[in-house]
Structures are given as C-alpha cells and as structure tokens.
Design a protein around this ligand. Structure first.
Ligand SMILES: N[C@@H](CCC(=O)N[C@@H](CS)C(=O)NCC(=O)O)C(=O)O
Length: 210
C-alpha cells in the first residue's frame, strides 16, 4: 500500500495512525515527490490523502479507514460493543464533518479571497466551529459510562486517531484548548505511543516541504 499524503495533512495523519495501530506495512509518498498533475490524475478531487492499493486509489480518509477496518479487522480500531462502537464513530464524524471540513485551508481561503472576509473574521470562523466541536467532544467524554484511558477503550482507536490531529491543527490555528482537560489527557496518552508520534507532521520525511 502507498499512502499519498503530505506532512501537514490532518486527514492523512488519521490514516497514518490507523495503519500503524494495525501494524500494517505501507510506503509514505509525499505528493511533492510526484510529477505536476500526477496526484489529480489519481484522485480527481485533489484532496489528501489517498491510499493506493495495488494501483487502485481510495480517496477520503473515512473511506480509507473503513477499507482498512474491513480488510484488516484485527486489531480493530472500534469498540466491540455496538453502542460504544457507534459512539466512537460519531466522535470521529463530528471531528471530520463538523470541525475539519469547514475550517480547512481551502474554506479559509474562499472566505478571505472570494467573500472578502478579513483576517479577524476568518479567525472568528475557525475558532467558532472549533470551540463548538471541542465543547461537544469534551462533554461526550465526560458522559461515558467508563472513564477509559483513551476515548472509548483501554486502547486507542477510531475516536483517538481523529482527535489527536484535530487538536494539533487547532493549536496551529491559534485555538485555546485548556478548557478541555479530558481531551488533553487522551491526547497526552496517545502522543506517548509510536503509532501517534511517528504519524505527526514533524516526523514525516517531507516535513516543511511546501
Ligand atoms: N474529507 C477529506 C478531507 C481532505 C482534506 O481536506 N485534506 C486537506 C488537508 S487536511 C487537503 O488536501 N488540502 C489541500 C492540500 O493540502 O493541498 C478526507 O477526510 O480525506
């Protein structure tokens, strides 16, 4: 498998973590190493990441995660109990759909360049959706029936691999996270593990390549 990504690719970081949690071999391919236009010919939407499985391309991190979970079920990224499993999926969906998707660079650029929103307005946009999301995530962890060390279990999985990249992205965009102690504690536990540390932007071979 080849993971087409770049160092600063939050959705790609989710997949990097998942591949490592499942102990799967993969080749990390920075898009900067491809010929001009090559990535878009593989993934027409042009967003990162994409997984190349024997020459067939899977786009969208959620589809890639589903593929990995279905094809390599052990170790599972999801809790075995159905309601907890659904809660873990909901936690990830909140991050991917309600936070990440509406604050990514192309959305910020559209606000700024096409709608003439000034820097203060763009910052307000980002902080609003991030804060609403993190508040809900923190409250979700507080409501759990068990206070597991990770989001939904004794091992990290689906929810955690969505959470950790989102927290570092939020920090990079100037969001204050001190109000979320449960999230911070999970993040701290995750970042002690190789699967998470080796997947961080600064650990990628193309770190800082534009
Ligand atoms: N829903 C997509 C989101 C992908 C996405 O927005 N990726 C961003 C980076 S996190 C991207 O490709 N931005 C354009 C770029 O970096 O060139 C997924 O989960 O894969």
């Amino acid at each position: 498998m080849r993971l087409l990504s770049r160092w600063q690719n939050s959705a790609g970081e989710r997949v990097r973590i998942a591949l490592r949690l499942k102990n799967l071999q993969f080749t990390y391919v920075p898009v900067s190493s491809l010929a001009p236009g090559e990535y878009n010919s593989l993934n027409p939407q042009g967003l990162l990441p994409a997984l190349d499985v024997g020459g067939r391309i899977i786009a969208q991190s959620s589809a890639i995660l589903d593929y990995l979970e279905e094809t390599y079920p052990e170790p599972s990224l999801l809790p075995s109990e159905p309601i907890t499993r659904a809660q873990a999926r909901a936690f990830g969906a909140l991050i991917a759909s309600e936070m990440h998707a509406i604050t990514v660079q192309r959305v910020r650029r559209f606000l700024q360049d096409e709608l003439a929103v000034d820097e203060t307005g763009v910052t307000r946009w980002v902080r609003n959706w991030m804060a609403l999301g993190f508040e809900a995530l923190e409250a979700t962890l507080a409501q759990r029936t068990s206070q597991w060390p990770f989001c939904f279990g004794d091992e990290p999985g689906w929810a955690d691999l969505h959470l950790v990249p989102q927290m570092s992205t939020a920090r990079r965009l100037g969001c204050e996270l001190a109000a979320y102690p449960l999230l911070l504690a999970v993040e701290d536990r995750c970042n002690r593990l190789d699967a998470f540390r080796l997947s961080q932007p600064e650990a990628q071979p193309d770190f800082l390549v534009p």
